[in-house]
Design a binder for this molecule. Sequence first.
Ligand code: ZN
Length: 419
Amino acid sequence: MTPRGWAVLTLAALVLALVVLGALLVPWSRPPAPRADQLAALRDLPADQVARGRALQAALRPGRYTGLAVGLLVALLLGLTPLGARLVELAGRPFGDHWIARAVLGGIAVVLVADLLTLPFAAWRQSVLTRYGLATQGWGGWTVDLLKSYALSAVLAATVLLGFYTVTRLAPRWWWAFGAAGAAGLVVLLSFVLPVLVEPVFNRFTPMEQGPLRTELTALAARDGVPVRDVLVADASRRTRAVNAYVSGLGPTRRVVVYDTLLREATPAEVTSVVAHELGHAKDRDVWTGTLTGALGAAAAVVALYLVGSWTPLLRRAGVDSIAEPRAFALLIALVTVVGLVAGPVQALVSRRVEARADAHALALTGDPATFEAMQRRLAGVNLADPDPPRAEYLWFASHPSTVERMAAARAYAREAGR
Ligand SMILES: [Zn+2]
């Protein structure tokens, strides 16, 4: 069989594995709480809170969609015309057109052009968040964060680009196989290593002071069978008013991280409710599931790129001879962007189901639906969310159930438990 035949077979196997994993690991069976309960929850929210959340979302909307459209347009323009190939050539010229310069500098140039052209929309978003009092950072801090994330992405991109184009040079016929394995490995590495490396770049963490809340959270985790080594507080308030908490690390390094904003805004019982949700993710191994499906998806994407990338009309359009050369990087990015756009709603759907399961876990663990519901109200109020967003936007973007869905779930739990 030819490498191409093997690629078709591998892609079929990967897609099948993804479908089976999705069917087995995603909690499909639990439907959202009845719409009537959701509407009742919506009516119980203060009208001015709902209006303020909707006003912010309406103010963010034009920038979000224009930014998305510009990003897509730039990717297509660079990838489906010879412009992208020319940009890569340009980046390599000062270095005698050496392939490493083209691969690394050219690749970064392609990504940077798209980033810079969508930068105004990111700044505009920040200005809206500041106007609504949600962002607390000021432009200096925002710029520093932006530069930090550019620097991190550049280092990561350079490593990936160099690795990828070394493989396409060494194995011109079989690079897709090595590339698929490499992409899968990278996803695993990033999901376990990156948080540990990246978190301290953006935030400072201090152990939560000894007291009833710390004792309660540690005991809650132990009772849940997911013991944590430490409870940390992140200084998120220097950036945002939004509240959050998460569990990171695995096994002996597992720790609960609580935003300082959450401690300031919420009651201890509400903090416990949020942490119980996060423990649900740890207990159900949601990070493992996400990593595994991400790794299979990345491997499938590389094989699919190889197959689509051998289509001559596409290559001619981009002015390149092969998808495996650095000059074709913009074409690669264009294809990835389009796939990402299509995969977005699927990822959002899976994420909402997983989040709903963590909510159910929190309700069962705390047995306190009233506090859970109060926390959802507060989350929506502080984060200025639309508690019941427009259907299309919800389906396309929402990674979590809506506020009214989560409140309704708490009410359904209370009914069933007779509380
Ligand atoms: Zn969650």
